[in-house]
Write a protein that binds this ligand. Sequence first.
Ligand SMILES: [Zn+2]
Length: 346
Amino acid sequence: MLSKQRVMAAARWKEVDQIPIFANKSPMGPKLIGRKLNRAFFLDDAAMTSSEMALLDLVDDDVVCLNLAPALQDVLGARLVWPDNDHPQFGAPTISSLADVQELADGLEPSRVIQNEFVQALLATTRAVKKIIGETVALEVNCYGVFNLAARLMGLERLMGATLRQKALVHRLCDLIAGTQVGLAPHFVDAGADILSIGDGMSSPACISPRVYGEMALPYLTQTIQGFRRTGAITLYHPCGGEYPIIDQVGQTGADILYFSELVDLDVAQKIFARRHAVAGGVDPVHSLFMGDERIIDANIKQIIKKLKYKSGVIIQPGCGLSPNIPIINLQTMVKSTRKYSKNMQ
Ligand SMILES: [Zn+2]
């Protein structure tokens, strides 16, 4: 099977030759081509394309994943601080009242959103990568979920307070963010994306209670995922952080793939969601990939695969985004071990 066929089959619980592996390799790319992970990189489609292709050559996993988060933050008017060589950080709040949200909404006409320079650079990257990989490897476009983006506009502390004291503001802002995400989705699918995904750690049980999640985050995460689904793309949702308390709610988003942190046992998640949703995750980003060596990573993968009841409906993946300092050889080991242990699985 080609990588893309394998991923699509696993997402739909159809037969696979081996378990697909997503390596979360993107942060290691800029260094590989002599660039830094900074603002200029995210505006340079040629650099983003060569970075992803160099990584795919080396790591050889089953997906190319492009990052829409910086573009979305820029579209939504977030004041970002760009470190020398890292993802943009929250600078200062831009939203503190319903009037601020209204002002933001007034400036978000679809024709202006699509002309954003970061959006245009990522669309060009999507088309260029698709031209190279064709139908061989799955192409994913990933962005932050509604609470992650709201936190970049309000500040995390203020957002947490607003879930109790300014509920109308949170609802209106999340609705606006979800609408903006859904509006962009068809453009990326037209450009070649097979998978549209969101990660939303700020609405995980690490930040808010399951009750607040159900009331204020889940409806808008669902709105985003359902909007993504209407484009025909496979959808993936990463709740990111101690997900067991909301595990009965995350499936309601309707995402094809539920991608859990390593705090959720992949075999347990696979049994819970069997034949309804595919699950992804399992690999410990810190103890295994960052601090571990070939022996530790191989043992980690062997253990994860041994416990799985089904060969399909699952993707092996680090439990969260990775630090750019992780050695590429550790990702290569993860890919090789996944193939080695899942090939002969029944
Ligand atoms: Zn995560």
